[in-house]
Each structure stands twice: as structure tokens, then as C-alpha cells.
Design a protein around this ligand. Structure first.
Ligand SMILES: *Cc1c(COP(=O)(O)O)cnc(C)c1O
Length: 414
């Protein structure tokens, strides 16, 4: 596209823009189980109005916009309140999980160096199931990544002993997920904490997808084991607001046990011709709307609202578990929150994925082992029976395809 010589009418541009979404995944109908968190129309309205109210303001300027500075403080304090942040715990809002993880790793590295550790090339020790954002951050900072295979006992949890053995004097961070994205499983954070303490290493809990879910699941009676600052060795956490916090996109939190740790995060920039600048995170300009929308959604939902929504999601996940087991699938490990992965002993997950996709569902898969993957939203309560029905049809279609291939002399999926 070339920029039009003369501007076009907004009515016309708007209509074209909306029409372009016609080919996108049908998330409004609940037909996605990745990328979008659909908590219904009312929350979407709050997101939109609250975002628009501070859309032009800039979180880079706390003196110009004390409103945003205070809303960010409130969001951090609400997050710390949910995640057992002790007195003096602190943090900042970032643009997303990758940003939060990058900043936590930078902080941990600088803290290690300030305390006489990591004199050689720094490294990070994490379970194979941890998010790729750690690799991206490590790449940026020239840090070695040590991914340790998860346990092979069917729990899909981090192998604590093997991770401990992988740590050395250059390890700046150990990671556990609560939960991990691929299997939706919470790592044994208490045991990781003990290992991290023995090694004198910073423990980060990546609760990007669970940080604003697990506390409410626990209030609803789900037996979530200690996974947050309640575990004394946890130095930092990442928890995304734009996932199960149901905030508008561009909002996450990075949290630290103490101000002493936090102080290794901000940049104080002085050496240039312009005015001095102090930035807490990677960003310069910070969208005010992402802050105000998160603040507004947290305040309109409240504990009660989140408990209700996360309860609905857990109930839907239980329906999925029962439904897929009845179809002969094995659920990977013991998911407790809103994510679930499952595989079939006969039909390859990627073949099933293709069939379910053809039936209008935009879902996901895992690679090791190959399985189907769902990240559930409150909206899925309305459509999960249809999904299970379409999954059963997909199995028949795959079986028929396999039968054809067998009669043709070759099997592709196995
Ligand atoms: C989503 C996610 C991330 C990355 O967050 P983005 O907001 O996509 O950058 C990191 N870790 C886990 C466990 C996640 O689910």
C-alpha cells in the first residue's frame, strides 16, 4: 500500500478496517483458545473506555501524570497483595510477559554482579517447559541458557535435582513456572526454592499466565501449592494483566521481594544533550491506556468478580478433562488452572489439530509430547460442548484418513 495522496473519510477507512477482520479467528464466538482472553462484553467495554480515557497520556512522565503513577502503584500493590508480597515488596508495570521476564533477568544479573557472583559468562537455569521469553532475554544480554528436561514421571514438572546440579557460580537466575504455558502445570516452587537457597541463586517464578488466576482458584478451594512470595526464596515474579487479569493488551507486572532487589532494574539516563530521564523498565514512552485499563478492570471486577470468572474457567476445564478422557485422550499431568493439554494414543495431535481447525477452531498444540492445547476463557463455558462434539468428528475424520492411507499402503501420522 502507498500512502494515499489525499486522506480518506474516516467512515470509509473504518468500514474497510473492520471488514479486514472478517477473515480473522472467530474469538468473539469463543472459537479461539489461544491469544485472546474473552471475559464478555461488559469487561470489554471497561477496557475500551478506560484505555481511551488515558490513551494520550504517557507513563514515562510521572510528574506530568501523577494519575498514572498512582494507578501503576495501585496495580502493583493489588498484585503484591494477591501474591503474598512481603512488606517492602515492589515492582513495575511493563508491556507484557516478555518485557517483565527481560527486566527480571536484567535485574537478577546486575544483582549477581553487584554481589560478586557471575564473574564469568552469566547463565540461567530453567525447566524445558519454561517460556521462550527467557531465551530471547538471554540472547539480548549474552546470557547462556541451560534448559533442563522436565521429569519423566508423568507430572511434567521441573526436575529440581537436575536443575540444582546445572547451577554454578555464574548462574544468575533459576526459573519455575506457575504454571508453564505448554502443559499448564505448576512447577514445585517450594522445592525449587530450597535448591536455589542451597546454591545462593535468585529464584524467579514465571506466573505470566497464572499470577492473576491461581490466587483466586485457591480462594475457590483448588489445592494450589505455595508458588509465590510465600516461598521465601522467590526473589521476583512475572504476572501478566493482559492474560487472566482480563486487562487490555500491553499490560504485565514484574514484582520483586524487596526494594534492594528492585533497585537493580531502573535506568538513570544522564549523559546526553537532553533532559535527564529515569525509566523503570525497558520502555521509554509507556501507554497510559494500558495502565488505566488494567486499573479499571481490577477495580470493577474486584476479588469477587475474579473468583467468579476463574471459577467458571476451572469448571470449563473440568468439563474438557471429562470430555476428552471419555474420547480416549490422556490429559498431560494434573492441570489446576485454565490451561490443559491432552493427547490420544492412536491419533496424532497435529492431524487432529488440522481437523479441528477446519471446523473453525483456532487452538494450539504442544510439541513435546505432541498434544492438543487449550487456554480457556470464561466465554468457553458457552461453546465447550460444541468443541467436544467437533473434536469427536475430527477423530473420525482422522481415523478415516488413516484408514485410506493404510489401504493405500502408507501411514503418515504415527
Ligand atoms: C504468555 C507467557 C509469557 C510471555 O508473555 P507475553 O505477554 O506474550 O510476552 C511468558 N511466560 C508464560 C508462562 C506465558 O504464558
Amino acid at each position: 500500500m502507498q500512502m494515499p495522496e489525499q486522506g480518506r473519510d474516516w467512515d470509509e477507512v473504518s468500514a474497510e478496517m473492520i471488514a479486514r477482520g472478517g477473515g480473522d479467528a472467530k474469538w468473539r464466538d469463543g472459537k479461539t483458545a489461544v491469544y485472546v482472553f474473552n471475559a464478555g462484553e461488559e469487561i470489554a467495554e471497561v477496557q475500551k473506555e478506560a484505555y481511551a480515557a488515558y490513551m494520550s497520556e504517557n507513563g514515562l512522565g510521572p510528574l506530568a501524570f501523577p494519575s498514572l503513577a498512582q494507578m501503576e502503584k495501585d496495580v502493583i500493590s493489588m498484585g503484591l497483595g494477591l501474591l503474598h508480597g512481603p512488606d517492602g515488596a515492589t515492582g513495575a508495570m511493563t508491556s507484557g510477559g516478555t518485557d517483565s521476564i527481560t527486566m527480571a533477568l536484567k535485574t537478577a544479573r546486575d544483582y549477581a554482579r553487584a554481589n560478586g557472583r557471575a564473574k564469568g559468562k552469566a547463565n540461567i537455569v530453567l525447566p524445558f517447559s519454561a517460556h521462550l521469553a527467557f531465551d530471547k532475554a538471554s540472547h539480548l544480554m549474552d546470557i547462556e541458557v541451560r534448559r533442563v528436561p522436565v521429569r519423566e514421571d508423568g507430572t511434567y514438572q521441573a526436575d529440581v535435582a537436575a536443575m540444582e546440579a546445572a547451577c554454578d557460580a555464574n548462574t544468575v537466575m533459576m526459573v519455575g513456572s506457575a504454571p508453564n504455558f505448554p502443559h499448564g502445570i505448576i512447577d514445585p516452587i517450594e522445592a525449587l526454592g530450597e535448591a536455589a537457597e542451597r546454591k545462593g541463586v535468585w529464584l524467579h517464578v514465571d506466573a505470566c499466565v497464572g499470577g492473576y488466576f491461581a490466587p483466586f482458584a485457591r480462594m475457590n478451594g483448588v489445592p494450589v501449592p505455595p508458588f509465590d512470595f510465600e516461598v521465601p526464596a522467590v526473589h521476583s515474579m512475572s504476572a501478566d494483566l493482559h492474560k487472566y487479569g482480563y486487562a487490555a493488551k500491553g499490560a504485565s507486572t514484574v514484582l520483586f521481594r524487596s526494594d534492594e532487589l528492585y533497585q537493580h532494574m531502573p535506568f538513570d539516563l544522564n549523559e546526553w544533550s537532553g533532559a535527564p530521564m529515569k525509566t523503570p523498565t525497558l520502555a521509554g514512552t509507556r501507554p497510559g491506556g494500558a495502565i488505566s485499563a488494567a486499573w479499571a478492570v481490577m477495580n470493577t471486577l474486584g476479588v469477587e468478580g475474579y473468583r467468579r470468572l476463574q471459577g467458571e474457567v476451572c469448571a470449563t476445564r473440568e468439563r474438557v478433562e471429562a470430555g476428552v478422557k471419555a474420547l480416549g485422550f490422556e490429559v498431560l499431568g494434573k492441570p489446576m488452572l485454565g490451561l490443559i493439554a491432552f493427547r490420544h494414543p492412536e491419533h496424532h495431535a497435529f492431524a487432529l489439530y488440522g481437523e479441528i481447525y477446519r471446523r473453525g477452531w483456532f487452538t494450539s498444540v504442544t510439541k513435546s509430547p505432541p498434544s492438543l492445547h487449550l487456554m480457556l476463557s470464561p466465554k468457553h463455558a458457552d461453546v465447550i460442548d460444541q468443541y467436544l462434539h467437533d473434536l469427536e468428528e475430527s477423530m473420525s475424520a482422522v481415523a478415516a484418513g488413516e484408514a485410506r492411507k493404510v489401504s493405500g499402503g502408507s501411514i503418515r501420522y504415527s
